[in-house]
Design a protein around this ligand. Structure first.
Ligand code: TRP
Length: 336
């Protein structure tokens, strides 16, 4: 690519909600590494967003850093991406306030995530939970992002960011770039090991359904040995997601890790029953995750390195963010 052509900007916020899962590792993160070549990528740990629901302070702090370390270990290179912690860049809160004043009560009331979360946290329906999408819009608009990779649950929020940006631009001229949701290239879609009709997720009620990057090898092996296979009688490693969701999911996982095609995997296990197949998938996962986990552990011990990454990331992010913020402050009439 011509070095002089300015790359498009991609931005994503990540809730520091716990350890990374095998599902997100195989499904998304591997893609992100490629994206760094094509886009100017900004990724931040969304701690301002996290406190819209009650957090244990020590846990939040630990998870924020742990997540940073895990993303870096998983291949998100801090030299090629701008990685930072949201609260380290005050412009998020500052633009967040301005955006709040250009976002309508009615718009926020229609957000389905707000309705869901307030039903679940009936004892703590705070203002932040309600105005969360305005802060998210500020996150995006600060960096003049072209693309925001989001899952289905966040699409409505990106839509809101577009509407607010257009409204603001309509009054003050071209201040914000209008962002678009970016539908990530479908990596492997990994399903729960215990209920393979659902996506692998940390919110799975059965802890055996989800495998984490930081898990001990013996725990990973146990989960794979117990993985649900299908109630057909053929005991045969054959890919058929409709009839055999459990086995097909294991085939997908094995294929994604070994970079083999599905027929190649089927061939490799011709004549093997599930009792042979399941531990083999487990071993492949253990070996794939081992170096990532070890690197994350090493980074977490290296406090000086991690804080330096966070500091440089925040500095680079702050530079871009403050340019937008100053422009906005000027437009709305603040004395600067
Ligand atoms: N709301 C997002 C989530 O819950 C996290 C997030 C915060 C985000 N700010 C963002 C995502 C900006 C994309 C862009 O997952």
């Amino acid at each position: 690519m011509d070095e002089n052509v300015k790359k498009k900007v991609m931005l994503s916020g990540i809730q520091p909600s716990g350890d990374l899962t095998l599902g997100s590792y195989l499904g998304a993160i591997k893609n992100w590494t490629e994206l760094a070549d094509q886009y100017d990528c900004y990724y931040f740990m969304a701690d301002l967003h996290a406190i819209t629901v009650r957090q244990n302070p020590a846990d939040l702090r630990r998870r924020t850093l742990a997540q940073m370390a895990q993303y870096i270990a998983a291949g998100l290179d801090p030299e090629k991406n701008v990685l930072f912690i949201q609260s380290h860049v005050p412009a998020h809160a500052q633009l967040g306030w301005v955006i709040n004043c250009y976002t309508m009560f009615g718009e926020l009331s229609r957000m389905t995530q707000f309705k869901d979360k307030s039903a679940k946290n009936a004892e703590n329906i705070n203002g932040g939970l309600f105005t969360y999408p305005a802060l998210m819009a500020a996150d995006i608009l600060l960096y003049q992002a072209d693309y925001v990779p989001v899952g289905g649950d966040q699409k409505q929020h990106v839509e809101l960011a577009r509407n607010v940006a257009e409204r603001f631009n309509g009054v003050y001229g071209d201040v914000f770039r209008i962002p678009e949701p970016y539908i990530p290239k479908v990596g492997a879609r990994i399903m729960s090991l215990t209920s393979p009709e659902n996506k692998m997720s940390k919110s799975d009620r059965d802890p055996n359904g989800c495998v984490y990057l930081m898990e001990k090898p013996e725990d990973i092996m146990r989960k794979f040995k117990r993985a649900v296979t299908d109630s057909d009688t053929e005991n045969c490693v054959r890919y058929d997601p409709a009839a055999k969701p459990g086995v097909s999911n294991l085939i997908q996982i094995y294929a994604a890790i070994t970079e083999k095609s599905i027929p190649e995997v089927e061939n490799e296990f011709v004549g093997c029953g599930y009792g042979v197949f399941k531990p083999r998938v487990g071993e492949a996962v253990v070996e794939c995750l081992r170096p990532v986990r070890e690197e994350a552990e090493r980074l977490l011990r290296d406090k000086a390195y991690l804080s330096e990454v966070c500091r440089t990331g925040a500095e680079r992010a702050g530079y871009t963010a403050n340019r937008t913020l100053r422009k906005v402050y000027k437009k709305v009439g603040f004395v600067i």
